[in-house]
Design a binder for this molecule. Structure first.
Ligand SMILES: [Zn+2]
Length: 117
């Protein structure tokens, strides 16, 4: 069953400290592909930037290697959510513009994603 109707409850604000995820994975809007993410799916985990920031706040001496190790689990969690969302036609990442159009029912993500495949 593909998701075709979207409401503001399906999304939350995307807050990724220092754009870590953008730099690590080059994430883009799941709908149009631009690299200005405003919102993420409601089921998305805490952002890598937030997790990294918390780790640094807790231990300012933390090394890059230690940080890398800590990110493995969260990165897999994001991958799983993104795979799952793709399977149900739910965009994981949305720019402000696409978010608004999804809420307004002006674009149909299922069609867009099938073309991509
Ligand atoms: Zn977009």
């Amino acid at each position: 069953m593909k998701k075709t109707v979207f409401s503001p409850e399906d999304f939350k604000k995307f807050e990724d400290n220092r754009n870590v995820m953008m730099e690590l994975f080059g994430i883009t809007c799941s709908v149009c592909g631009i690299d200005e993410i405003g919102y993420v799916a409601e089921n998305a985990p805490k952002t890598i930037g937030q997790i990294a920031q918390e780790a640094i706040d807790e231990n300012p001496e933390i090394s890059d290697d230690e940080l890398d190790d800590m990110m493995t689990g969260p990165i897999e969690a994001w991958q799983e959510v993104d795979d799952y969302n793709a399977s149900i036609g739910m965009p994981t990442f949305a720019c402000d513009n696409c978010y608004q159009q999804l809420i307004d029912g002006e674009i149909n993500i299922s069609d867009a994603m099938e073309i991509e495949d």
